[in-house]
Design a protein around this ligand. Structure first.
Ligand SMILES: Cc1cc2nc3c(=O)[nH]c(=O)nc-3n(C[C@H](O)[C@H](O)[C@H](O)COP(=O)(O)OP(=O)(O)OC[C@H]3O[C@@H](n4cnc5c(N)ncnc54)[C@H](O)[C@@H]3O)c2cc1C
Length: 445
């Protein structure tokens, strides 16, 4: 039996960032993962600007990968719009494309270099002592005790399920698959897909720059509260044909292992923290329901959970939940509501896809659209595009109904929100790894 200050379950970006911040501050950390690293993970391999900033702030260098800036969106009728990327006050004007084998191993290596103890094993059951969670056992018989447990074990989190922190009937699920094709891609491209006339898929297909001159080709779709990946699996072959028709993919078929994974979106159906347990990243359901990004949120929430444990060990859960709610709720409540209401109406998805890629309107809103759906408004410098993004947020609020959106999320308790503010716990890029008593400020707010 081993004793640690913190047990981090899951060594993806969220868990490894949490372990890095904790270990650098002197905490004794166990970083447990069921996989042997380096390991692959289904992904579009794009890290957004906030994630790039956070890696820079933490001083974690990614050995390979390339910068990506503007993105092309292809509408259902083949019309194209170019979404410009622009730097904000708290993030750069680009993301990076890097395989998960490389990215996740680099962050995990940083955690181990800082002193975290890497463990191999599958978390199974919580260890409860005096009515409190005091660690986890693994399926191979290890018992790892810790004062705090950070659940960073992805969308189907065992930590969340075992501790009853997730209501599977209230989660907003998505499923996505990716494979690689031997083709160079200059600009990441997103394609709105229809499964029949005027039947828009509640998701999209993509062809992104991949490793070694390859293309990362994939498709994802939301399935709301039903954990069902059939729509994405069914739509993928037709999407690959469409890429060829659009001239985006040459004759070569996608190669290699097709890998799929669940997306847990919009922070609904999950209690992010309770007692001595904090959930981060996909375990907390932080994926952006509009475009599927989750790496940046995983790393930012991992960092925030670590800071909460360091700065306020007695009330880390409350402080963390409040910081998380403050950082993500304003956007996710609206984006999640928009996603939920559109996913039930394929004809509306098709209409919106046509509208936003229409020649004049598409060009006029492209800059604001890029800010809005990538959740980059906080930190975007004053510009016409910022006003468009603000307008989109306001429109979304109007369509969704602010109360309906808010009711579906766990409201952070006012006192905890105050404590999070007082101790300086924040979520987001610009957060520096602090000693325990140094206030942390969220960049750009
Ligand atoms: C096909 C696809 C494409 C995507 N594309 C993008 C993209 O381009 N950009 C982007 O930002 N996001 C993308 N996402 C979302 C992104 O992959 C996730 O949001 C991100 O990986 C979340 O990081 P995490 O650290 O929370 O969890 P994960 O990266 O899922 O890591 C969880 C870790 O926990 C481990 N684990 C699980 N259960 C246990 C257990 N019981 N015991 C021990 N260890 C356990 C796993 O082995 C894993 O290493 C995509 C998702 C999919 C499915």
């Amino acid at each position: 039996m081993d004793r640690f200050d913190v047990l981090v379950v899951g060594a993806g970006p969220g868990g490894s960032v949490a372990a890095t911040v904790l270990a650098r501050a002197g905490a004794r950390v166990a970083l447990l993962d069921k996989a042997t690293f380096p390991r692959d993970k289904a992904c579009g391999d794009l890290v957004g600007p906030r994630g790039v900033q956070l890696l820079t702030d933490l001083g974690i260098a990614i050995p390979t990968g390339c910068r990506v800036g503007d993105m092309v969106v292809v509408g259902p009728t083949g019309r194209r719009v170019r979404l410009p990327s622009a730097p904000g006050t708290t993030y750069p004007g680009y993301g990076i494309s890097v395989t998960r084998t490389v990215l996740d191993a680099a962050i995990r290596d940083a955690a181990v270099a800082a002193g975290a103890e890497a463990r191999h094993g599958r978390a199974d059951q919580p260890v409860v002592s005096d009515g409190r969670v005091a660690g986890f056992s693994t399926t191979d018989g290890q018992v790892i005790l810790a004062d705090h447990v950070i659940g960073a074990d992805g969308a189907t989190s065992r930590v969340a399920a075992a501790l009853d922190l997730v209501d599977l009937t209230a989660v907003s699920w998505g499923f996505a698959l990716r494979s690689y094709a031997p083709q160079r891609v200059d600009l990441p491209t997103i394609v709105f897909v229809e499964t029949g006339p005027w039947r828009g898929l509640p998701g999209y297909g993509w062809i992104f720059p991949g490793p070694g001159g390859q293309a990362n080709v994939g498709l994802g779709a939301g399935s709301l509260t039903v954990r069902d990946g059939a729509a994405a699996v069914r739509a993928l072959p037709g999407f690959v044909d469409r890429l060829r028709r659009e001239g985006l993919l040459d004759g070569s078929a996608p190669q290699g292992r097709r890998l799929g994974g669940w997306l847990k979106m919009g922070a609904v159906g999950t209690v992010p923290a309770r007692g001595r347990v904090l959930l981060v990243g996909d375990a907390a359901g932080l994926v952006n329901p509009l475009q599927g990004e989750g790496i940046s949120q995983a790393m930012a929430s991992g960092s925030a959970a670590a800071h909460a444990v360091l700065a306020s060990p007695g009330s880390a859960a409350e402080c963390y939940a409040a910081a998380l709610g403050g950082a993500y709720q304003p956007f996710l409540a609206i984006a999640g509501g928009m996603h939920r209401s559109m996913a039930r109406r394929p004809s509306v998805v098709a209409a919106v896809g046509r509208l936003v890629t229409a020649p004049v309107l598409g060009r006029a809103i492209a800059g604001g659209w890029a800010i809005f759906w990538n959740d980059l408004l906080d930190g975007a410098p004053p510009s016409a595009n910022r006003w468009v993004a603000r307008g989109a947020l306001g429109l979304g609020k109007g369509l969704v109904g602010p109360d309906a959106a808010r009711r579906r999320q766990t409201p952070p308790h006012a006192a905890a929100r105050r404590r999070a503010h007082d101790t300086g716990i924040a979520v987001g890029a610009g957060v520096k790894p602090p000693p325990a008593d140094v206030p942390v400020r969220r960049g750009g707010s």
